[in-house]
Design a protein around this ligand. Structure first.
Ligand SMILES: Cc1cc2nc3c(=O)[nH]c(=O)nc-3n(C[C@H](O)[C@H](O)[C@H](O)COP(=O)(O)O)c2cc1C
Length: 186
């Protein structure tokens, strides 16, 4: 039986979503926040959007830093991702507390995660809240890091080599089944 309701309640109907861990550095403060509300907006110029609630410590940090990195961690790191998403940078230094290894970024005054199989360095170019309860930040991707062993020559992820991390809501995660792959590419 299908049901229709007015509007959209706080829900997870459109999940699973891939998880990105955003890294922000403002002066001596570094913080991490897992997000599922993120999306590429344009190839040329390369634009990447992230949506953050003003309740999060990371919200004002991104605004003030004007830069951020978007990191994709393998499923092996799911426990770490969940911890990062259960703590606030207001109370703890998550990088220190959780022993997260970082590397200096190359094109922004920030960092990327050592364990990320792909990461984007972004310069903040725009933000808007659309009168909603999250702010949508748009970044220009100025550098991309990726693990060459995990991508083919078309930059398609090799899911038999690396397991992406997906989220279905309420602190529940899963990954993809490589056996389910259907390749209709020429
Ligand atoms: C898998 C996952 C995805 C999340 N996605 C978002 C998101 O897209 N936007 C957001 O504002 N918060 C999201 N959150 C919540 C924040 O990650 C969480 O509140 C975090 O602890 C905030 O940290 P901060 O206060 O240090 O910024 C997500 C949490 C998890 C666990």
């Amino acid at each position: 039986m299908k049901k229709v309701i007015q509007g959209l309640p706080k829900s997870y109907f459109n999940y699973p979503m891939p998880v990105a861990v955003v890294g922000i550095k403002r002066e001596d403060t570094r913080n991490l926040i897992p997000l599922v509300w993120h999306v590429q907006l344009s190839f040329d110029p390369p634009l990447y959007g992230i949506s953050i609630s003003p309740k999060r410590f990371s919200h004002d940090l991104v605004m003030e830093a004007g830069e951020f990195s978007v990191n994709f961690l393998p499923f092996e790191k799911v426990e770490l991702i969940n911890k990062i998403g259960s703590l606030s940078g207001r109370e703890v230094d998550k990088i220190k507390e959780l022993g997260v290894e970082i590397e200096e970024a190359t094109a922004i005054d920030g960092f990327v995660l050592k364990d990320a199989y792909a990461a984007f360095e972004c310069e903040l170019i725009e933000h808007t809240a659309f009168d909603g309860d999250h702010t949508f930040f748009v970044g220009l991707v100025v550098a991309t890091h990726y693990e060459t062993n995990f991508y083919d020559e078309k930059t398609i992820i090799k899911v038999d080599r690396v397991k992406p991390t997906l989220y279905i809501g309420k602190y529940r995660y899963l990954t993809v089944d490589p056996e389910s792959l259907k390749d209709f590419g020429k």
